[in-house]
Design a protein around this ligand. Sequence first.
Ligand SMILES: [Zn+2]
Ligand SMILES: [Zn+2]
Length: 212
Amino acid sequence: MSSLDPATSASLDARCALHPDTVATAACQRCGTFACHLCLQWARDGRRYCGACAERALPPLASREDRFLANLVDSFVVFVPFIAGLVMLALTSEPTDEEFVSFGFVLFGLLGSLVLCLVQLYLSGQNGQSLGKRWRHIRVVRMDGSHVSLARIIFLRNLLPSFLNQVLCVFGLADAICIFRDDRRCIHDYLADTQVIQVPEHERGGTPSYRG
Ligand SMILES: [Zn+2]
Ligand SMILES: [Zn+2]
């Protein structure tokens, strides 16, 4: 009556780490701990984990509203200095003004926007939280709950989808619509093997927040 998983089968006399009286069904595919049928859980990445690992692999998903708002802020925030530079230029451009003053405003705007781009990259690489995601307390992680590298965020989550959107103009729309799937993963999440989760309350301390 063995129902052992061939890929991760526990030996016949292995016992569950939490329930020593119960025969293990399989080993956790994350930590390798033997677990019984009560402890094993299927995670969103299609693997089976013990209770502790499932908790890490199954954090609550970010809401669609939070993802939308974060995306809105991220799409806009890097342009703020550039727009501010143009506004200052418009407000002060009298015929008597020196040309280098106008140049200064544009340069200020461009540099400011560049700095914000770098800040966005730095924050995303640190903990998967751009400014918008930080604000909404959400984070990009790999499907097993682990840290997502900056290279993965840049190439698979941003550049590849942008490229596909240039080639197939409906890609962007299809990508966005996938947020309404049950797992709330867009196509760019599938390309990068990522998901967007809510940051647990206890991990939010010390992170900048725009709330209040
Ligand atoms: Zn485990
Ligand atoms: Zn158990």
